[in-house]
Structures are given as structure tokens and as C-alpha cells.
Design a protein around this ligand. Structure first.
Ligand code: KG4
Ligand code: ZN
Length: 340
């Protein structure tokens, strides 16, 4: 039997301090996430300086917990992987500095991972039959991309958002209708009690980018609707606004996904990122895939939102390809997908 490859992975790009141990690119031995949500809720969003300080406080205990849950020691580890971008620079630096120090001290190879590659690779954890090439819709708080995964580590961006990311729009609308941070899960929850056809929020059409998205228009349409209600002294129905907004975003995502499936002839299509944990989105993309005769994949919600297991999966394919980082690895806040 071939030796198993165990990677320790670290993720600290935003407001979760996370560490995981992943074997052979799909077996998750441990996946520890220390969320800062309660702390940032006080401010209505992520405060970068507070995030960095909290990462420094949490990184050692989170890594220790990852070893405890996996019942493993440093002697079992073959390489250390870490997210080096994109994300908040101060937050990324905590993980990168930690990973470099431990890689040097324990004489282990170092692997820098792109955060969005991690989100895409989360699909490999529970779907052993999924292999490139496939199409993937990445919807997170900072990114909205339609991607062709040509091979492991080889990505072609077909479309992206021109303004707000899908998750960002969820967060902004949630704040406007008094739901607070983080907006996505809260909008999803209240939408269950609302009528998604109550209000039609227009969707932007982008003439020169068939797979591009724009979500600032629908966000403005919601704000205008709320203002109009206020001027007329008419109360609005929070659940109807939430459900109608969610429908508008989901339909825009589904429409471009369908176009890409047809144009590129994908036989497999996946979704990834925090917004991919939204059940309405998952159901709609599943319908589109069924109609187009395409196999549909998605990670469980715990692997959709930020976690380190997904970083360990992406890093495994770098390990196999012999692509390692040097000690000059640095945090790159605006790292683009496909760049190294
Ligand atoms: O991927 P992620 O955890 O972090 C980034 O890389 O940005 O995504 C976070 C985003 C937030 O904007 C959050 O509101 C959104 O994902 N999100 C959701 C849901 N859960 C998280 N959006 C819609 N529905 C959800 N259930
Ligand atoms: Zn993320």
C-alpha cells in the first residue's frame, strides 16, 4: 500500500481561524473552525484589525485542536499548506507567518494555496467521482466567478462580477432590512416566510460579458424600494423583500450557469463558496443541471463557508504536482485565480 499523504492546512483570510488535517486530498481527519462572527456582529461587519488580532490569539489552539481531533502528531505530517490570498492582508499574514515558521522549524514542505481554489476543491471531499474538467460557480463574500476547471490547479475564468460579489449583496441587503451580519444565512432563513414573487427587483444585463454578473443594481433596487416605502409611510414586509431579493440573485446566477453549461458542453457542474450553502441556490442550480443533463455537485454547508479542509484538498494536488512555496511566500490580498 502506498504511503498516505497527510497535510496540515491553515486558513485565516477573513474572519475564521481554521486548521485541518487532510489525507490524500479528500479524507478530512479534522476540521477546526474558530469563528469570529459574534465579535464582528457588534460592528455590523468584519473589522480587519480585530480579525488579525483574533487570528494571532487563536491560531495555536486551533492547530493543537486539529491534531487532537485527528489523533495525530507532527511526525504524521508531510507538508504545511496555507491560504496566501486573496483576503484581508493582516489576517492572511497571521496564517502565512505561522505556516512558514512551522515549516522551517519542523523541516516540512510549504504550500501556498489560493483561497478560491480551496473553495472549488471543497467539492472533491465528498464527491470522489468528480474530476476535471468541469464547470464551477464560485459564490462567496468577496468573489463571484464562473470558472472552467480544466485540470487540477488549472482554471479558466469565464465570467466574474463587475461590482459586488453575490455574498456581499446578501450582506448589504440584510443590513438594510435590519437583519444584521452575516446577511446570507439570515436572508435565507426569513425568506422561508416570504413571497419570492412579491416584488420584482430588476436584474442587470451585461451586453459585452455573457458570463459576467452585476449585483449592485439589484442591491440599489432594494434600497430604492425601502426608501419609497418610507416616503409613502407604508411598512414593508421584511420576509417578502428578502425572498424577492434572494430570487433575483439566484436567477441571475442560474441563468449564466445554464449559458456556460451549454456553450462549454460541461458534463459536470459544481458550486462553491459561502453562498453555495444557500438551499434555494443549490436547488435552482440542481434543476438547471437536471434540465441540461449535467451531473451536479456541491459541498456540504460546512465545506462551503470558509474552512481549512478545502485548503488541504487544493494543496494535495500541488503536492502531487511537486509545486511548493519558498520562505519568501507572502500574503497577496488581491491574488487572482490562476496566478501563482
Ligand atoms: O466563502 P465565504 O465563507 O467567505 C468568503 O470567502 O467570502 O463566504 C461568505 C459569504 C458571506 O457574504 C455570507 O453572507 C454568504 O457567504 N453566505 C450565504 C449563506 N451562508 C453564507 N449567502 C446566502 N445564503 C447562505 N445560506
Ligand atoms: Zn471564502
Amino acid at each position: 500500500m502506498e504511503k498516505e499523504i497527510n497535510l496540515l492546512a491553515i486558513e485565516s483570510s477573513c474572519d475564521e481561524t481554521a486548521a485541518a488535517i487532510v489525507t490524500d486530498g479528500h479524507k478530512v481527519r479534522s476540521n477546526v473552525i474558530s469563528s469570529q462572527i459574534a465579535l464582528h456582529t457588534l460592528y455590523g461587519g468584519v473589522v480587519p484589525e480585530i480579525a488579525s488580532r483574533k487570528h494571532i490569539e487563536k491560531i495555536n489552539p486551533v492547530v493543537a485542536e486539529a491534531f487532537a481531533q485527528a489523533d495525530m502528531t507532527w511526525a504524521d505530517i508531510d507538508a504545511v499548506a496555507v491560504t496566501y490570498g486573496p483576503g484581508l492582508v493582516g489576517a492572511l499574514l497571521v496564517g502565512v507567518a505561522f505556516a512558514k515558521a512551522i515549516s522551517f522549524a519542523k523541516d516540512l514542505p510549504l504550500i501556498g494555496v489560493h483561497h478560491i481554489e480551496g473553495h472549488i476543491c471543497a467539492n472533491f471531499i465528498e464527491n470522489p467521482d468528480l474530476k476535471p474538467p468541469f464547470g464551477c460557480l464560485v459564490v462567496s463574500g468577496g468573489h463571484t466567478h464562473l470558472v472552467r476547471v480544466a485540470d487540477y490547479g488549472v482554471y479558466e475564468i469565464l465570467g466574474r462580477t463587475r461590482d459586488d460579489a453575490a455574498g456581499e449583496a446578501f450582506d448589504k441587503v440584510a443590513r438594510a432590512i435590519g437583519l444584521g451580519y452575516p446577511g446570507g444565512p439570515k436572508i435565507e432563513k426569513v425568506s422561508h416566510e416570504g413571497n419570492a414573487d412579491a416584488i420584482v427587483f430588476p436584474r442587470a444585463k451585461i451586453a459585452d460579458g455573457p458570463y459576467d454578473f452585476s449585483f449592485s443594481g439589484v442591491k440599489s433596487a432594494v434600497l430604492n424600494y425601502l426608501n419609497a416605502c418610507e416616503m409613502k409611510k407604508e411598512p414593508y414586509v421584511q420576509a417578502d423583500v428578502a425572498a424577492s431579493f434572494q430570487k433575483s440573485v439566484v436567477e441571475a446566477l442560474a441563468e449564466n450557469a445554464r449559458k456556460a453549461i451549454r456553450e462549454y458542453g460541461f458534463s459536470q457542474f459544481a458550486i462553491a463558496g459561502g453562498v453555495a450553502s444557500n438551499a434555494t441556490l443549490r436547488q435552482r442550480i440542481a434543476e438547471v443541471c437536471a434540465e441540461e443533463g449535467v451531473r451536479f455537485y456541491h459541498p456540504s454547508p460546512i465545506y462551503c463557508t470558509d474552512n481549512a479542509a478545502m485548503i488541504g484538498v487544493a494543496a494535495y494536488h500541488e503536492y502531487v504536482a511537486g509545486r511548493f512555496s519558498g520562505y519568501d511566500l507572502n500574503a497577496i490580498p488581491n491574488l487572482r485565480l490562476g496566478e501563482r
